[in-house]
Design a protein around this ligand. Structure first.
Ligand SMILES: N[C@@H](CCC(=O)N[C@@H](CS)C(=O)NCC(=O)O)C(=O)O
Length: 244
């Protein structure tokens, strides 16, 4: 017998409205955390690196912090059974636990979402962690609820061709449309530069100059010269170009 979660996932693949609605529900569970920037501190010279997977509620908390702090990151997706970046985390940190943050500016390598979040706000914010990220069990439970709306997406590896150069995604964590794209990047284990452009981001002007309008998700694939808006089109492109 099919589990209810599997039935829901199958229905979502068939129905774009349901797909978007559940992604909205995931963002709503976190009350829009990761939509707006927080007070910013010093900017890192080198890009941060985050090993994570989309369905992991602890990883979501860290991605919300990156959006709030207007930080770019090199994202190494680590879906279950992923052959590339999971082993890299074990080699580097000693265990398969996610999220795992590497900050090449300070040499810090951290597990534990709360430790990572505190570190990021101390280093790159004003030291104060925003309320939605410092409510302990409430933060964790709402982040789990967000994942629960889309249980099977962005969790498991699907065989894919690897790009020579990492892709780039303009996004912010609370956007339900960005989530749909991140789920596919994650399942296909495609590494990407995450450009956060949450509301209030000083990067928005440069983004609009490049893309022509303020809308996310926006995917750049330097391997093919492709640049595109629209989550459904981006997903179709990723499937066509990289899924095997
Ligand atoms: N207390 C840790 C919990 C992290 C955690 O349990 N992560 C899960 C994913 S949600 C994990 O790494 N599981 C091992 C795996 O996916 O193989 C934190 O807040 O970072």
């Amino acid at each position: 017998m099919l589990a209810p979660a599997a039935v829901l996932c199958y229905a979502m693949r068939m129905n774009r409205t349901l797909d978007v609605a559940t992604s909205f529900a995931a963002s709503a569970a976190r009350m829009g955390s990761g939509m707006q920037i927080a007070p910013l501190g010093p900017r890192p010279k080198k890009r941060l690196e985050l090993y994570e997977f989309e369905a992991c509620p602890y990883c979501r908390k860290v991605r919300e912090a990156l959006s709030a702090l207007d930080l770019e990151a090199m994202i190494y997706p680590c879906p279950k059974d992923g052959p590339r970046f999971r082993p890299a985390v074990i080699r580097r940190g000693g265990k398969a636990q996610f999220p795992f943050l590497v900050d090449p500016n300070t040499g810090k390598e951290l597990y534990e979402s709360d430790d990572i979040i505190t570190y990021l706000f101390q280093q790159y914010g004003d030291g104060r962690v925003p309320l939605p990220l410092r409510l302990g069990p409430v933060t964790d439970v709402t982040s789990m609820l967000a994942s629960a709306w889309r249980p099977a997406f962005g969790a498991r590896y699907r065989t894919a061709k690897q790009p020579q150069k990492p892709l780039e995604l303009y996004s912010f964590e609370a956007s339900p449309f960005c989530r749909i794209v991140r789920e596919h990047l994650c399942a296909l284990e495609l590494p990407y530069v995450l450009h956060n452009v949450a509301k209030g981001s000083p990067r928005r002007d440069a983004f609009v100059k490049r893309s022509g309008k303020m809308m996310v998700p926006y995917l750049v694939d330097p391997n093919t010269g492709t640049e595109m808006f629209e989550s459904a089109d981006i997903v179709a492109y990723l499937e066509r170009r990289y899924a095997e």
